[in-house]
Design a protein around this ligand. Structure first.
Ligand code: IVH
Length: 672
């Protein structure tokens, strides 16, 4: 057995190696499971020997307590911006100017993608990541080191590319932090469920995440980075930008593989046009290309204006936008009372879809862009996702346009509204507001909440308007005659709805909890909490300190949950749900009545199944009394293997665990 100290060093080396394979080279060598096992082993050893923990250990990415604020950092070399061009003519003009100033036609260019995120600086001293900052005003930015450390694509220590390599005393890498589109969509979906304001595009989401004070929340934002150049360095010899990119990559920093060294402007344009065509094939948003003179000597000769270097230019893609008339600005009231102005538009065709509404985000945004009812506006799909109003075509104003003012009272209940301190949004202060009540009931009934089929917006509208339902607990007291009396509700559909309401009482704990709509608690947090506490009673007893200790539960969530369950209203709601007979315990822990082939069996599901998602298959196993585990061990009874089962299959074979195909699995549970 190796001494712990050696094993710790070995584990760190292995994890660093696999991080690099996964995040930098996109060529993983081991499964996620095997990777998690290495990290778990390291954590355990570090718990045993806290004195051996170093700041660059892979376990130290998510730092301790939230910060009070960010310190200011002065950049050793200013972070300048870039001049933009919008046409091939302007690009050729740039090339002519460069050659004229250099008095040479021997100019090579490096062409890169222009990722739409935020610029950051990463300082490595003797190979160790010591300081990360935002661009700020170009001279001074914020120290966001703890936030940047949570990004796994940022190595905490640089790897010498070969034996005998002298690590530079100081190496500053500059790059763009961004949020991949999938992470952005997922984040906004979560925020929508939690009734939080949505981010307009991936860039705002990335920039907003960098401003968060709690690194745990940042870690959940799934940010990434591409390094596009050097800043201040000491002890480094490189002559060209292309060489610098290769060196940065060989040190373990993530550069963009879609980069080309071009001998002349014709090839530069070819590469730019190629990417303008296929830009939507990327999993992040780019708004153009960046073209840089390759030779550092030539860069120096060209120098900079006060604003931007003369050796670099960006070629911006035209935004995919359409022009249409804004008919009306409507104010929507969300589940927790947030007022959101929404533009109702004459239909316009954009990037393959017809757009009739666009979010205006908040009153500040409407004022900043001076958007009025009746205006002609340019709309675009921000980050190709949510339609938004880009700008007003002021030339087309007739004078009849109506300026917009955020209402001083709630447009639905008429109560006063209030501005949330330090925030841009405005909320209705009346928890009994009809709009909020309707939204809460909708949220309660949605598919991944209580899943009450047949309880759509039209029915909820009538139930609340007629005073039959004030909050979602009243649903359980509805009678057949109440429902039959509603518009467009026959006897059959009323009976079905009553059946669906009754059935919802046995939903599992995560769904019940997320349906309750506690602020900041979305589906994922609900799952984490259900798993941890096993019952609403257990959760209700927890203090905010207890909650904060749970991984993935940040201080804002903890505060919200404890605040809710300790409040008289929260206590009353919990009691009412229990009196009604709504399930308040984790079904995964309860036993089904009759024995099935899965009773007490430990089951692992791996690979892709054709008929179910992994979660659906696992839920089936749990319903039939089985236990689901994510890893194969000698205690595993069955491994259900779908397509591309990976390392779990190999491990199961080694341990002699029974392996089941999807068909066998299906047969077994249909017989149960
Ligand atoms: S070079 C002095 N390269 O674009 C040159 N910038 O509009 C410094 N950006 O602030 C920047 N991709 O945030 C460079 N491949 C790339 C880039 C890039 C995105 C951003 C960067 C910069 C902004 C300027």
């Amino acid at each position: 057995m190796k001494p712990d100290r050696e094993r710790i060093a070995e584990l760190r080396r292995l994890i660093r190696h696999h991080d690099r394979k996964y995040y930098i080279d996109a060529a993983p060598e081991i499964s996620d499971y095997e990777y998690d096992m290495l990290v778990a082993e390291l954590r355990k050893l570090e718990e045993k020997h806290p004195e051996l923990i170093t700041p660059d250990s892979p376990t130290q990415r998510v730092g301790g307590e939230p910060l009070e604020g960010f310190a200011t950092v002065e950049h050793r070399l200013p972070m300048l911006s870039i001049d933009n061009t919008y046409s091939e003519d302007e690009m050729r003009e740039f090339d002519r100017r460069v050659r004229r100033l250099l008095e040479s036609d021997e100019v090579e260019y490096v062409v890169e993608l222009k990722i739409d995120g935020l610029a950051v600086s990463l300082v490595y001293e003797d190979g160790l990541f010591t300081l990360g900052s935002t661009r700020g005003d170009g001279f001074r930015g914020d120290d966001v080191t703890t936030n940047l450390k949570t990004i796994k694509a940022i190595p905490l220590r640089l790897e010498p590319p070969k034996k005998g390599f002298r690590m530079p005393a100081v190496l500053e890498a500059r790059g763009e932090v961004y949020m991949p589109i999938a992470a952005f969509e997922k984040l906004n979906k979560e925020r929508e469920k939690e009734d939080l304001p949505l981010f307009a595009n991936p860039r705002n989401a990335a920039a907003g995440s960098m401003k968060l004070l709690d690194p745990r929340t940042v870690a959940g934002r799934h940010l990434s980075i591409c390094i596009y150049g050097l800043g201040y360095t000491e002890g480094l010899e490189v002559n060209t930008h292309f060489e610098a990119l290769n060196l940065l990559r060989s040190l373990g920093l993530r550069t963009n593989p879609n980069t080309r060294l071009c001998p002349d402007i014709d090839e530069v344009m070819d590469f730019c046009n190629e990417w303008e065509e296929k830009r939507h094939s990327l999993d992040y948003h780019i708004d153009g290309m960046v073209v840089k003179v390759n030779s550092f000597e030539q860069q120096e000769l060209l120098g900079a204006t006060s604003k931007a270097p003369r050796w670099v230019i960006s070629y911006k893609f035209p935004a995919e936008e359409g022009i249409t008339k804004l008919k009306e600005i409507k104010v929507q009231v969300g589940r927790s009372g947030t007022l959101t102005p929404v533009a109702l538009l004459e239909p316009v065709h954009l990037a393959g879809t017809t757009v009739t509404r666009a979010t205006l985000h908040n009153a500040d945004e409407v004022a900043r862009k001076d958007i009025r009812e009746g205006d002609w506006v340019a709309v675009a799909k921000a980050g190709e996702i949510i339609p938004q109003v880009l700008r007003v075509i002021k030339e087309r104003r007739t004078g009849k346009e109506k300026p917009f003012k955020m209402p001083q009272t709630c447009p639905v209940c008429g109560e006063k509204v209030r501005r949330v301190p330090d925030e841009v949004y405005i909320k209705c202060t009346n928890p009994l507001c009809e709009a909020q009540r309707k939204q809460r009931i909708r949220h309660f009934a949605r598919r991944d909440g209580m899943d009450i089929e047949g309880l759509g917006p039209a029915v909820i509208e009538q139930l609340v308007d007629k005073g039959l339902v004030d909050d979602f607990t009243d649903l359980y007291h509805l009678k057949l005659e109440d429902l039959v009396a509603l518009e467009r509700m026959g006897k059959k559909s009323s009976e079905n709805l009553l059946g669906a309401i009754e059935k919802s009482k046995s939903r599992d704990l995560p769904e019940v909890l997320s349906a309750m709509g506690v602020e900041h608690i979305g589906t994922h947090a609900a799952e984490v909490l259900a798993e941890h506490f096993g019952s609403l009673d257990g959760l209700a007893r927890a203090s905010s300190e207890d909650l904060e200790k749970i991984e993935e539960i940040g201080p804002i969530m903890a505060e919200s949950i404890a605040g809710f369950f300790h409040s008289p209203a929260g206590k009353k709601l919990l009691k009412r749900l229990k009196d009604i007979g709504v399930n308040t315990r984790s079904l995964a822990r309860a036993r089904p009545k009759a024995a099935t082939p899965f009773t007490d069996k430990s089951v692992v599901v791996t690979g892709t199944l054709s008929g179910y998602s992994r979660k659906e298959a696992e839920d089936l196993v749990k319903e039939l009394g089985g236990k689901v585990s994510s890893s194969v061990s000698a205690r595993t009874d069955f491994l259900v293997a779908g397509d591309k089962p990976g390392s779990k299959l190999t491990k199961a074979q080694k341990l002699g665990v029974k392996i089941m195909s999807e068909e066998e699995f299906e047969k077994l549970f249909t017989s149960a």
